[in-house]
Every structure is written in C-alpha cells, then in structure tokens.
Design a binder for this molecule. Structure first.
Ligand SMILES: *Cc1c(COP(=O)(O)O)cnc(C)c1O
Length: 228
C-alpha cells in the first residue's frame, strides 16, 4: 500500500470516529483532498486509493495538473483566493468554488460559466476569527452577499466555508465552526454544505456539522513551498 493510501485510510478512520462521536452519518461528510503544491502523480495515487474530489489554491498549478490528469474522472474544487481578472478559467474548469467572498467575483463566475456545464457550486467564505489579514466576508456582510449570490443564474449557492485562525485549543476550534453553522442557519436559504475542517481540526469541524473537510497535510505530507 502506498503512503498516500495508508494516509487515506487513517483520515477515513478519523472521519468515521468523529462522525460516530457526534451521531452523524459519515456518508454526509465528504473528504476533499487538498493537493496544492503536490505533483499530479500524488493525485493519481489518491484517486487509485478511492478519492475523487480534489482542492487546489493556485490557478495555474491546478490547470496544469488537470491537463495531466484528464484521463481520470476527477471533481475539482477551487479553494484559494480569487483575483477578479482570473475568474474565467475558474468558471470553465472547476465544479466547485469554496472561496467566494464578494459579489463582483460571483457575478463574473456566473457570467463566465459555460452554458453546457451544470451550475457552478459555490460556498461563501466567511471570516469568523476576525483577523484583518484573512480573506472571507465578515459575518455582517454575509446576509446581503448570500441573498445576491443565490439569485445568480449559473451558480448554485451550496453553503459556507471558513478557515479559522489555527489553534490547538479545542474549545476555540469548536466555537469558530459552531459560529459558521449558526450563520448558515440564520440565512434561511436552502443550503446543504459546510466546508470546514483541515488536517489539525477535522474532529471539531465534524462535531459542528461539516459536510466537506478539506485535508492536505494528513493525506499528502507537509508542503514544501520552496519547491512547488
Ligand atoms: C491548504 C488548505 C487546506 C489543507 O490544509 P491542511 O492543514 O494541509 O490539511 C484546506 N483548506 C484550504 C483553503 C487550504 O488552503
């Protein structure tokens, strides 16, 4: 068994245990493999070991990998910061975007989504930790943004996404994820997705209702940004 296949088995066990601990059906929790900075070969191994959904942060890197892996039936998710002049290739080459945080980007994605493709699945990224440096809309901006995005014709607003400030403190992890769930509930839209939880905090995210956990390091090992 490859290291990646072993890691997938370990992460799968963590997801099942966390689901069981909070009496959730683990079938409702998707594993999104975050393959940024990792070679196409690592994605190929993860697919061979049973994964189908992959998340990428950097557009050009993602497009290169998609071209190399076009023989595989993969579902690609864009999860990184979005420059508004780079929306077209995102609209054309992804099934999901988890990192929409302003209306201008959503409008462009809708206008540029090719007519022959199904609507682009969208999560709105919310900054629940209040750090000035992080992307994501504020909780105050969210209701108007969600209302507007839900009306765009070629998008399907699915839910919310967050990247809380990293912490080992479990109570703080839970509080951030619970906040995202409460914000989602308060919108009164028909939403089914909470994209939250990474390698170090997936248990807390699942306890608070995550439907996608986005896992990089625990599947593919530490990232080396010096040699992408
Ligand atoms: C890199 C990244 C992840 C994966 O983080 P790990 O800690 O490596 O599991 C998840 N979500 C987003 C948005 C990321 O940029």
């Amino acid at each position: 068994m490859s290291t990646i296949a072993e890691n997938i088995a370990k992460v799968g066990a963590r997801i099942r245990e966390a689901a069981q601990a909070s009496q959730r059906d683990c079938a409702a929790i998707g594993l999104l493999a975050v393959s940024k900075t990792k070679p196409a070969e690592a994605v190929r191994q993860a697919h061979a070991a049973g994964l189908s959904d992959f998340g990428e942060n950097y557009l050009q890197e993602a497009l290169d990998k998609q071209a190399e892996l076009s023989d595989l039936p993969l579902c690609w998710h864009f999860i990184g910061p979005i420059q508004s002049n780079k929306t077209r290739p995102i609209a054309e080459h992804f099934a999901w975007v988890h990192s929409v945080d302003r209306l201008k980007v959503a409008e462009r994605l809708s206008a540029q989504r090719p007519a022959q493709l199904p609507p682009l699945n969208i999560c709105l990224q919310v900054n629940v930790s209040g750090e000035a440096s992080k992307s994501g809309c504020t909780p105050q901006q969210l209701p108007a943004l969600a209302q507007a995005v839900s009306q765009l014709p070629n998008l399907k607003l699915r839910g919310l996404m967050t990247i809380p400030q990293p912490t080992e403190d479990l109570a703080t992890q839970h509080a951030a994820f619970a906040r995202l769930r409460q914000l989602q509930d308060s919108l009164n839209l028909d939403l089914d997705t909470l994209s939250m939880g990474m390698s170090h905090d997936l248990e807390a995210a699942i306890a608070e209702g995550a439907t996608w956990v986005r896992i990089g390091t625990a599947l593919f090992g530490a990232r080396d940004y010096a040699q992408p």
